[in-house]
Design a binder for this molecule. Structure first.
Ligand SMILES: C[S@@+](CC[C@H](N)C(=O)[O-])C[C@H]1O[C@@H](n2cnc3c(N)ncnc32)[C@H](O)[C@@H]1O
Length: 359
């Protein structure tokens, strides 16, 4: 398959490098400078609202916020330009239905109604999200590489999630990855659980079409299904593992609860639930800037994730030993010792894990 970046002109490559450089500067230079400003200005703040007010009063905070939105807008603009220019070639790569001789499978549901909470916002500021235009999957694919500061190239981050969140789970017969996008966690799951039936589920047809094409290219027998993670067509008690990466924070509170309930319904007794998300760090200044990433990056349901007691929700639906653990992509992934010292801006990745009762 064509990878859009292999076709970049010198000008396009320069533009992509510029946006990546801007983002790195913002995370590694601008954020620590903001922290320094906060430490000098706010020695005596105590309550969470005082911390918020103190952060808002920092001279650099409007710039820090503006720079995040600006680089995001530049990124989507560049992605749209480079992809639309190659529209026909890229469309040719995205089959509408599965190939009769293929190893992977694709089942789209043109009658699926997308929930309004999903279509009301351009998540991540990506115009039209990942559901409204077939090419939006490529836009998201390219954009996510830059947003992750190229640290997830070759799915390094998602492979680390699969390996470190399921270290002792060596075998499975059925694995389901909800909110799979174009398969960044589904592919590593298929490599790790060779011979298992691996199913990726998403609301959006464009990402599923790209996921299917990538699976075909990799020779991975993954089943992709267009469905809602809150109510899938799969049989109860049929799965050894249910995962989701970076999906719960895109849902309002009730949808998060419904998704956990559905994951529990799907799991066999003793089956494993793993979701890669974010959690607040306990550092008040950092946490204000993390919570407000919701507004800066059009991710309104970040707040629902932080307000939800997910271990308690898991327990209510028969998932035992539910807990959050920090995930540090710089080292071994899931970590029992927190995120460690990190001066730069980063999303505090965390893994929610638990086991279905009954075994
Ligand atoms: C940020 S992307 C993450 C994709 C992929 N898991 C990854 O790690 O790259 C979130 C994905 O979840 C999907 N999604 C959101 N709500 C969903 C739901 N209720 N059911 C299925 N998919 C959903 C979106 O369409 C999107 O593809």
């Amino acid at each position: 398959m064509i990878d859009i970046e292999d076709q970049f002109t010198q000008r396009e490559r320069a533009a992509a490098e510029f946006i990546l450089g801007l983002r790195r500067q913002w995370a590694t230079v601008m954020y620590p400078a903001l922290v320094g400003e906060y430490e000098r200005a706010a020695e005596s703040v105590a309550s969470p609202s005082e911390v918020r007010d103190a952060v808002h009063a920092l001279p650099s905070y409007p710039w820090f916020s503006y720079m995040e939105r600006l680089q995001q807008k530049m990124l989507w603009r560049l992605a749209a330009d480079v992809i639309l220019k190659r529209r026909d070639d890229l469309l040719d790569q995205l089959p509408e239905r599965e190939r009769p001789d293929g190893v992977a499978s694709l089942k789209l549901d043109p009658d699926l109604t997308l929930p309004s909470w999903y279509t009301d916002y351009d998540i991540h500021m990506q115009p039209g999200g990942v559901y409204s235009d077939i090419l939006s999957a490529y836009v998201y694919q390219f954009g996510a590489r830059i947003v992750m500061l190229r640290q997830n190239d070759n799915l390094r981050f998602h492979r680390l999630f699969v390996d470190s969140a399921l270290p002792d789970v060596k075998a499975a017969t059925r694995v389901v990855d909800v909110g799979c996008g174009f398969g960044k966690s589904t592919q590593p799951l298929a490599s790790r659980y060779e011979g298992a039936e691996v199913i990726g589920i998403d609301l959006a047809a464009p990402v599923l079409r790209l996921a299917y094409a990538l699976a075909e290219e990799a020779g991975a027998a993954i089943r992709y299904l267009q469905a809602d993670a809150r109510s899938t067509p799969l049989e109860a008690g049929s799965c050894d593992i249910v995962t989701g990466t970076m999906v719960l924070h895109e849902m309002p509170e009730q949808a998060i609860i419904d998704t956990v309930a559905e994951a529990s319904r799907l799991l066999k007794p003793g089956g494993h639930l793993r979701f890669l998300e974010f959690q607040l760090t306990g550092d008040p200044m950092r946490d204000v800037t993390i919570e407000e990433h919701a507004e800066r990056n059009n991710e309104p349901y970040f707040h629902s994730l932080f307000a939800s007691d997910l271990p308690a929700i898991c327990r209510a639906f028969g998932i035992r030993d539910a807990r959050w653990q920090a995930f540090d992509e710089r080292s071994g992934g899931v970590s029992s010792s927190g995120w460690g010292e990190r001066p730069e801006w980063h999303l505090p990745w965390s893994v929610l894990s638990g086991t279905k009762e009954g075994q």
